[in-house]
Write a protein that binds this ligand. Structure first.
Ligand code: HEC
Length: 704
């Protein structure tokens, strides 16, 4: 009774009464408003709105809506579309109160009316001006967060910005990297908000000596609350907490000099029931443990799910999926909460499919492993020992002789594009990548290795994507997999085109939505995998779809276009999207929607530039050129100069044959249009890069 009366009083009076009446339960105004704002985030499926990257606190990326279902999905049609300009569009939208929010390219936030498709406001944090050499990494923004009429977005240069949801006006900005000297950390992931706090991590593992950490801020004021480091620093400087002291026992040599890594670039899950926040941690910096930690030790807390007290950031428990990791098998993929009866016992669980090809079910009260099985070819380990919770590794996997071909590749069997978890039926729908890679450190100076300067990609091991010998490059190297999380067994799967396909959304309407690199947006029957509906979007559909009610009607929204990561792994495609002609769009569907897209642009054959003076250079030049290209240009212009749509195909560029023009162009860049500047590259290095591109163009010309 007191509680009800107190709701209306000011915080001050509440405090006063608390002092005198300390025997009764009262809530402060803050707590009351958090309870109200909390409501749409709770439960194991998203409701009318989609207020957070994966729909709920539990991150299931699953919707309870069923207006669109297996009986009527064939009537699903385009309600409206919006054209966007160039830049990363593989980003997860949000929807709150009939407004869609997206963060495209370099974190340019758009607010769009969900019913009409009209742009309401746009906010551009001008990242090209702030991000400096980080622009070379090629990442865009993966998403944003909503809380209490505010939108939160992170930027490549490390800012976390709160905007007024109605207007896009800036409420506050903090620099999450303020004390970090090294200019390689960046934010690409979506922030999460819980209990009035925003949490954000960072990336950068491949580009410099990084030491990963996560920070929480007060959602209203931007004041820093707590920070947790993922790996220990130099013991001489003292440890931040007991967890770091414990972690340091598992490292060897002078790891802090190379950073250690563990950057938490994507996944967070708030487990309200137990007052904890789970963080999915990244891989080692550099990848190669021979360089990082004298080839030994578990290297905590790399590649782990770490549970922290949500209030204080204090360590509670962890589960490490890859002790002593050396392959970029990070555990930064969605961690989804639920409850299930397993072996006759009701368990509180968290499920995750990290890069390493296994599907894990853990007890989220203590981090103990319940089960783990392979969802695809994974030759680095035979199985996970359920007693110890540790993998039983293939002794060849750590490339002791310098090279070994491993499945999955560092793209992961599952990457950051979310799976969907239906906790009622205990099944997950996973976008699986089926690539392998040859790791090779025979050319690496393991004793004196240092990160290449200038934000070049450098992992202390050389990588080459590998495909099964009996497979053609155009064969499917991916699948959409429906997985029984209790039996740890496949229910059904359908092969996908290429290796990299879209994030997955499943709904109580018993439908699984997924987009494909080839431009189809598809709906499957969740029980059988039967294809029920397909829409030709004309351009790649990779972003995670969302669904919500606006004015009482169910809509599905997804973006087309490319971005983040695809250039590294896009080589397994038949038809390649063209950077200049590809359409980046927001598409919104509803039952009976009858809008149409302009006709698909015709695929143009790629024609190599004219290069009458070209002569085949010596092997050494080509090898060095390839190394330079892969560490500096691949992120956008593609593996082996095979551009897949994130930047122009350099084999067809009229600039490359003209040496002085090429040198000037690469040194100056066109930052505002996404081409960074490489002012420090000397003539000899530009020569090597250019020779490599010319050689690739000559190869293309021969095949024309
Ligand atoms: C972060 C992504 C990124 C990286 C890294 C990058 N580029 Fe680019 N590059 C672009 C984009 C985007 C464009 C297109 C800009 C525009 O719209 O004109 C471009 C354009 C170019 C062009 C002009 C192509 C044409 O004909 O229009 C050349 C040449 C080029 N880049 C060379 C390089 C080289 C060499 C490297 C490595 C040293 C490199 N780029 C690294 C994104 C990148």
């Amino acid at each position: 009774m007191y509680t009800i009366n107190l709701i209306k009083k000011t915080a001050k009076i509440v405090l006063l009464l608390l002092c005198t009446l300390n025997s009764i339960t009262v809530f402060s105004e803050d707590e009351i408003s958090i309870k109200k704002i909390d409501a749409p985030f709770l439960g194991t499926s998203a409701g009318d709105d989609w207020p957070v990257f994966n729909g709920t606190y539990g991150e299931q990326h699953f919707s309870a809506l069923e207006e669109i279902n297996t009986t009527n999905v064939e009537k699903l049609g385009l309600a409206w579309h919006m054209d966007l300009d160039a830049g990363n569009t593989v980003t997860g939208p949000l929807e709150v109160d009939n407004t869609i929010y997206i963060s495209k390219g370099y974190s340019v936030v758009h607010a769009i009316d969900a019913v009409s498709g009209k742009l309401l406001w746009k906010y551009d944090p001008d990242v090209a001006k702030h991000a400096d050499i980080r622009l070379r990494q090629g990442w865009g923004s993966r998403g944003l967060a909503w809380w209490n009429n505010k939108i939160y977005v992170g930027t490549l240069d490390g800012r976390l910005i709160a905007l007024e949801a109605k207007t896009g006006d800036v409420v506050w900005t903090v620099n999450t990297l303020e004390e970090i000297e090294n200019g390689s950390y960046f934010i690409s992931g979506a922030p999460r908000v819980f209990d009035g706090k925003v949490i954000i991590g960072n990336g950068g593992t491949e580009h410099a000596s990084t030491r990963g950490f996560v920070t929480t801020y007060d959602a209203e004021s931007g004041k820093q609350l707590w920070r947790f480091y993922v790996v220990p620093g130099n013991p001489k400087d003292g440890f931040e907490n007991k967890a770091m002291e414990m972690a340091a026992e598992t490292w060897h040599g002078e790891w802090w000099k190379v950073g250690g890594g563990g950057n938490t670039w994507n996944a967070f899950t708030y487990d309200k029931e137990f007052g904890q926040i789970l963080i999915g941690t990244g891989n080692g910096s550099p990848w190669n443990i021979k360089v990082r930690s004298q080839g030994k030790g578990d290297n905590l807390f790399l590649c782990s799910i770490v549970a922290l007290d949500a209030e204080t950031g204090e360590y509670r428990w962890h589960y490490q999926v890859n002790p002593g990791e050396t392959w970029d098998y990070n555990a930064s993929m969605d961690m989804q909460l639920g409850e299930a009866e397993i072996d006759g016992k009701q368990r509180k669980i968290v499920v995750t499919a990290p890069k390493n090809g296994f599907f894990y079910v853990l007890d989220r009260t203590n981090g103990k492993l319940i089960s783990a099985e392979k969802i695809t070819k994974a030759n680095w380990a035979s199985h996970i020992d359920l007693e110890t919770g540790r993998p039983v590794e293939n002794p060849e996997a750590r490339y002791p002789k310098g090279t070994f071909t491993l499945y999955p590749s560092p793209a992961g069997a599952h990457s950051w594009l979310p799976m969907s978890f239906d906790n009622q039926k205990n099944r997950a729908f996973i976008p699986v990548i089926e690539l392998g890679a040859r790791y090779d450190d025979r050319m690496v100076d393991l004793k004196n290795w240092k990160h290449l300067p200038g934000n070049a990609v450098d992992t202390a091991v050389i990588l080459e994507l590998e495909y099964d010998k009996d497979r053609k490059l155009t064969d499917p190297m991916s699948k959409l997999l429906a997985w029984d999380i209790v039996k740890q067994k496949e229910i059904w799967s359908v092969p996908g085109p290429g290796s990299w396909n879209g994030g997955v959304l499943a709904t109580r309407g018993n439908i699984v939505f997924q987009g494909q690199i080839t431009g189809e947006f598809k709906a499957y029957d969740a029980d059988t995998g039967k294809l029920l509906w397909s829409f030709d979007a004309g351009d790649p559909v990779l972003a995670p779809p969302i669904t919500y009610l606006a004015d009482g009607k169910q809509y599905v929204t997804v973006l087309t276009g490319l971005g983040t990561s695809i250039s590294f792994y896009g080589g397994s495609l038949g038809a390649l999207p063209n950077y200049r002609t590809m359409k980046r769009r927001v598409l919104t569907f509803s039952l009976g929607g009858n809008a149409e897209l302009p006709p698909r642009s015709k695929e143009q054959a790629r024609v190599a530039f004219d290069d009458p003076e070209y002569e085949l250079p010596d092997t050494k030049t080509l090898e060095m050129g390839q190394l330079m290209f892969m560490s500096r240009c691949m992120a956008c212009h593609g593996d082996g100069a095979l551009a897949v749509g994130q930047a122009p195909d350099l084999r067809t560029s009229g600039i490359v044959p003209l040496k002085p023009t090429f040198n000037a162009f690469v040194r100056n860049g066109v930052k505002a249009r996404g081409m960074p500047s490489f002012e420090e590259l000397p003539d000899e290095q530009l020569h090597l890069i250019r020779e490599f591109i010319r050689w690739k163009a000559a190869t293309l010309r021969e095949n024309e």
